[in-house]
Design a protein around this ligand. Structure first.
Ligand code: GRG
Length: 293
């Protein structure tokens, strides 16, 4: 199966599963349900669930077994975007080409939508019938660690603190390995866990995921400089803070592009150490490094 077919078919399945999960929830207040559906069906590249499925696909052909962990990951990512867009954080009006949750609804509804998605992700993992209990515990641990205080939350807090000062390149990489990288790493690693990768395969894939985590952020900074089409509106938040350290501010645009190329080629090199067909992961690596939004 080509990457185009894998990606197209998987996105259709992911979109359907996300909407169906929200529509079939029991005892849900209607405005909350509407807000959950609004943010989950706003599009988005679905990079994290695709990474999870592509990694799992190295080990098994039938991808359905990994579908619930994949949508749970997308829910955690979507929660982080809803909260990141809030007035207290980045104060953004647009996300994924439409109004942010707090603009389309109101702040309280957006906060609750984020809370709902984060919690629901763990409920789905706990209930997933296709997953054996040992795998389930590993996934719950990994998702909590990557999204929580030892992962994305600390990355976000460190990013806010870094606005007050100039940070080194090493510190910047550390911040983004948590803020942006943690969920990307967890996506790849969960695909490897569900696929029962050997310890050597797991180590290679984890290292690979860290490279693409940094590559993702460098390209995000590059897009902020060369014309960011994704925001489609005012951004008064962190990315726009004067003198904020970014890959482009620390390295220049050209330097950041070189750094991106270095991380990307290291990612490809790691994939080449695997014995499986890594076409889909290679294509996702290219997508991360070359995306325009
Ligand atoms: C507020 C809990 C909390 C965490 C925020 C990840 C994060 C931490 C904030 C997101 C802000 C941001 C724009 C970070 C830059 C990288 C990033 C995560 C971009 C958005 O991810 P994409 O490009 O988005 O995968 P789509 O819409 O395609 O899913």
């Amino acid at each position: 199966m080509s990457f185009e077919t894998f990606s197209k078919e998987s996105k259709v399945k992911l979109d359907q599963a996300l909407v169906k999960t929200i529509e079939t929830l029991q005892n849900v207040e209607s405005r909350h349900q509407e807000a959950l559906k609004y943010s989950l069906s706003a599009g988005g590249k679905r990079i994290r669930p695709l990474l999870l499925l592509a990694t799992f696909g190295l080990f098994e052909k039938e991808l359905d077994k990994a579908m619930i962990p994949a949508i749970a990951m997308e829910m955690i990512h979507t929660y982080s975007l809803i909260h990141d867009d809030l007035p207290a954080m980045d104060n953004d009006d647009y996300r994924r080409g439409r109004l942010t949750s707090h603009k389309a609804f109101d702040e309280a509804t957006a906060i609750l939508a984020g809370d709902g998605l984060l919690t629901l992700a763990f409920q789905l993992l706990a209930e997933a019938p296709e997953i054996d209990d040992t795998t389930r515990i590993k996934l719950i641990q990994l998702y909590a660690q990557s999204a929580g205080p030892s992962g994305m939350i600390s990355g976000q807090q460190a990013d806010i603190e870094a606005e007050k000062t100039t940070v080194s390149l090493e510190a910047l990489a550390e911040i983004h390995s948590q803020k942006t990288g943690a969920l990307l790493t967890a996506s790849v690693c969960s695909g490897a866990i569900i696929g029962k990768a050997s310890s050597d395969e797991y180590r290679i894939l984890e290292e690979y995921s860290k490279k693409i985590g940094i590559a993702f952020q460098i390209q995000d900074d590059i897009l902020d400089v060369i014309g960011d089409s994704k925001k489609m509106g005012k951004n008064t938040g962190a990315d726009q803070v004067l003198n904020k350290s970014t890959y482009t501010s620390l390295l220049t645009l050209e330097g950041a592009q070189k750094e991106l190329a270095n991380y990307t080629s290291e990612a490809y090199e790691l994939l080449s150490q695997l014995h499986q067909d890594t076409t889909n992961l290679e294509a996702l690596t290219a997508l991360i490094a070359e995306r325009d939004a």
